[in-house]
Design a protein around this ligand. Structure first.
Ligand SMILES: Cc1ncc(COP(=O)(O)O)c(C=O)c1O
Length: 385
């Protein structure tokens, strides 16, 4: 039996909640969707929340709602899942990346500032920046916000890893320092809805646009109709949108899981503390967590100190063959064939590249027993010398 790097935790109340929906009148978007949206926005402290079929869908809709168009520019970090960048490509935008900070593995503010200054000179400033709270540790959100005002770009937080995280006592998703935040509820995340996501914002216009785009660009709110027909049957397609809806079964599961978020995040932090203590003398670098943040520890990434990729590969295989389901988060986006075709190459973002040749995500999730954590530690100590 493999111990995975992460997995969902489903209890009896989750199952009961889902079964109740299956016996109800609504399988697709029903009452549970708006309850989930309300509960989530209350939890993070945002004005609005829009449930969607995945974070990938949420990032795409958000780019559209922020007005990203062909040949506009979107920047993100290379150390993320491809969806943080694909959202820009889906809108026809041009992509670029900002290298990471060697300690936190998050976007480097220093490099961001330098790149913005250069881009200003060449009139190539981004329209949107997508900072990613990698592994559940928030980025330096107030500093990114300060730069967004100076260089006039929008901030779209990819908060896929970070439901339950906070920065300077402010919950990620409150959008205090951003325009929009997007969460993922894929089963490895802090809570799950099977597949799913939620977008949060404090901007009413953006909120209404997201609602429309989620359902084909169809408008039926009388105040927003072009033709003022006050009826129960009239609707207008005003934009080209999608079916990116979350269904009621998923929303009910999300709701039931949301009740456990504090417990889930606390448990992940307890495992992290245990790893910090038991792995501190091993020849690896442990995560650096800033003082003013609460991380969700969606991931616990250790970094090998070897500079030899063959050695990394050897160690990776050995750990896997001992039943520990480790993973690499992430291969830098710009090194995927799709991006190489666009002209990106090795050497463009050296910190993220070096990081990816050393990083290993080890198991961390709610319900991972002490016995299993001890097994992980024992195997790591035996293999990494
Ligand atoms: C950083 C990041 N962004 C976006 C996504 C996409 O999330 P989803 O699977 O909900 O579309 C993921 C999922 O793994 C992710 O890790």
């Amino acid at each position: 039996m493999i111990i995975p790097y992460s997995r969902q935790f489903i209890d009896k109340s989750d199952i009961k909640t889902v079964v109740k929906v299956l016996k109800s009148d609504f399988l697709t978007q029903g009452p549970n969707v708006s309850i989930f949206e309300k509960n989530l926005s209350k939890f993070v402290g945002s004005k609005y929340a829009v449930a969607v079929s995945s974070a990938s869908a949420g990032l795409h809709l958000s780019c559209l709602a922020l007005g990203l168009k062909k040949n506009d520019i979107l920047w993100t970090t290379p150390n993320t899942f491809v969806a943080s960048a694909s959202c820009g490509l889906h809108c026809g935008a041009k992509l670029d990346f900002v290298d990471i900070d060697i300690n936190t593995n998050n976007i480097s503010i220093k490099k961001l500032e330098e790149k913005l200054e250069k881009a200003k000179k060449f009139k190539k400033l981004p329209k949107i920046l997508v900072p990613v709270h990698f592994s559940g540790q928030p980025t330096l959100q107030d500093e990114i916000f300060r730069l967004s005002k100076r260089y006039k770009f929008k901030v779209l937080e990819d908060a896929s890893h970070s439901l339950g995280a906070s920065y300077k006592k402010v919950k990620v998703g409150s959008c205090k320092w951003s325009d929009i935040a997007v969460f993922s509820f894929h089963p490895v995340k802090t809570i799950t809805s099977g597949e799913g996501g939620v977008i949060t914002t404090n901007n009413k216009k953006i909120y209404e646009m997201l609602l429309n785009l989620r359902t084909h660009g169809i408008v039926n709110n009388f105040n927003n109709l072009k033709k003022k027909i006050n009826s129960k049957w009239y609707y207008e397609q005003q934009y080209l949108g999608f079916n990116y809806r979350l269904n009621d079964i998923q929303a009910a599961l999300g709701n039931s899981q949301l009740k456990k978020i504090t417990k889930f995040v606390k448990y992940r932090n307890t495992i992290a503390d245990y790893y910090f203590d038991r792995l501190k003398n091993l020849n690896i670098d442990l995560p650096t967590i800033n003082k003013n943040v609460v991380s969700t520890f969606h991931l616990f990434v250790i970094k090998l100190r070897t500079k030899n990729l063959k050695k990394y590969d050897e160690i990776f295989k050995k750990i896997l063959s001992n039943g520990i389901g480790i993973n690499l988060h992430y291969l830098p986006i710009h090194l995927h064939p799709l991006y190489k075709k666009m002209g990106f190459k090795k050497g463009d973002y050296p910190v993220a590249e070096r990081y990816s040749e050393t990083a290993i995500s080890i198991p961390i999730y709610y319900g991972l027993t002490k016995k299993k954590v001890d097994k992980v530690i024992k195997i790591l100590k035996r293999i990494i010398k």
